[in-house]
Design a binder for this molecule. Structure first.
Ligand SMILES: *Cc1c(COP(=O)(O)O)cnc(C)c1O
Length: 428
């Protein structure tokens, strides 16, 4: 990739990149423009996006309907504070979200990112119990292989052995992180773990059906429904972190829909604006909400990000939800699921493949201890073949925009299989 623009080399000494060893990290690729599932680089090369910009870009890049809504809002006003002032995009979005969310989730608290949506959920759960005179309920149950964002609260909920947060274990509030029941370790064992601690727990939080950045592990709708029952039984709030799964990714509008459950609190982000601009929301039931009502400020929910409910972002989100109504997104996800099932199946018999799993528009191939260097080499190899894929830890995955064409998806599948076939020696 020759002829880098001058801003890249001039700015790079002042940039700190995410999840990167800055001493050895390859130079990021300068982007000129995007369209559909293609990212065009400064030198004119188009690369096919299999990551949908960290799983957020569900309608393809630069969807004109979202762009139009954002332009109109920009002309009216890009931002006003959300305390004391109201604007149509946020109020319309809250009404729309209440309409499509699992029945009973009626209240929307807006924030800026998935991580803050999780922080808000935690504060909401803890203060909910305090307002009800149960301030001992201030811990959370979370799950092995989980990921809930990079801020303090969310990090404390993640798998303490996970690669992302290891450096901070000595710094974090302690929660109860448990395996999701499966196989030999069943619900009876899980209940046993709850004995003696459940009265200190404010909420149980889970990424429903598909755990994301913690390693892409799946569980069944039955397991999810049973966990929700158990939370209710022990008087904890059940919190669904649908930041990754929400808006069709698993084949239903929300993963909770497939299990037929309504969580007490639900976090949304990533695809909320169709991946166009940062916005997140924490939704709650009236039951959760009512615990904050009184004649005193002491029981009010005291949280309020400066750019809360940014009008540009809310306008983008309303437009994104309109696209879910007007265009056959869930059907597209079902077609992607079938193509991934058929296309990735040959990997099952390849060397060092531990598992191949598909759910909605998520295709995952898990390898046996490839080590980071091998995964980095695969990223480069994907790029040489014209694909933007980001294998990490021990997984290769495809999570495209739902609007990706059949032939584009096939190319991502073919290249992924070529990457999986690249020989390596498993790490000890
Ligand atoms: C990405 C993600 C988050 C964090 O969202 P950010 O917007 O990156 O802060 C939280 N939970 C889940 C399940 C996620 O996938």
């Amino acid at each position: 990739m020759s002829h880098n623009p001058s801003w890249l080399d001039e700015g790079l000494p002042h940039i700190w990149l995410p999840y990167a060893q800055m001493q050895t990290s390859p130079k990021p690729l300068p982007v000129a423009h995007t369209h559909g599932s293609t990212i065009t680089l400064a030198n004119g090369t188009g690369i096919l996006d299999g990551v949908s910009s960290w799983w957020s870009n569900c309608h393809g890049y630069n969807h004109p309907h979202i762009a139009k809504a954002m332009h109109a809002q920009l002309d009216a006003f890009p931002h006003v504070m959300f305390a004391g002032l109201a604007h149509e995009p946020a109020y319309t979005l809250a009404k729309k979200l209440a309409h499509i969310a699992p029945t009973g989730l009626t209240r929307s608290f807006f924030s800026d990112s998935g991580s803050t949506a999780v922080e808000v959920a935690m504060k909401m759960a803890v203060q909910h119990w305090k307002n009800k005179g149960q301030s001992k309920r201030n811990k959370f149950i979370s799950f092995v292989n989980g990921y809930h964002g990079d801020t303090m609260g969310g990090m404390s909920l993640a798998d303490p052995d996970g690669w992302v947060h290891k450096a901070f274990n000595h710094f974090m509030p302690k929660q109860f992180t448990m395996p999701i029941p499966s196989g030999e370790y069943g619900f009876a064992d899980f209940r046993e773990l709850l004995e003696g601690i459940h009265h200190t727990v404010a909420g149980m939080i889970i990424e429903p059906l598909v755990q994301g950045a913690g390693g892409f592990k799946f569980h069944s709708p039955d397991v999810l429904a049973e966990l929700s029952n158990i939370a209710k039984e022990y008087g904890m709030l059940f919190i669904a972190d649908e930041v990754m799964t929400g808006f069709g990714r698993t084949g239903y509008m929300f993963a909770c829909n497939e299990a037929g459950i309504t969580p007490d609190i639900m976090c949304l982000g990533k695809a909320l604006t169709g991946g166009s601009i940062g916005l997140a929301v924490t939704m709650a039931t009236e039951d959760v909400f009512e615990a904050f009502l009184s004649d005193s400020m002491d029981t009010a929910f005291l949280h309020g990000p400066t750019f809360m409910a940014n009008p540009l972002a809310c306008a983008a989100a309303v437009a994104s939800l309109e696209l879910f109504e007007a265009e056959p997104r869930l059907k597209q996800v079902a077609a992607i699921e079938m193509a991934l099932e058929a296309g990735l199946a040959p990997a099952r018999s390849m060397a060092h493949v531990v598992d191949v799993r598909i759910k909605g528009a998520i295709g995952v191939i898990e390898l046996d201890n490839p080590g980071w260097n091998h995964m980095f080499a695969l990223r480069t190899q994907a790029l040489e073949k014209g694909c933007w894929l980001r294998p990490f830890a021990n997984v290769l995955y495809i999570m495209p925009a739902f609007t990706i064409s059949e032939s584009e998806l096939q190319k991502l599948i073919d290249v992924t299989l070529e990457l999986v076939a690249t020989p390596f020696t498993p790490q000890a």
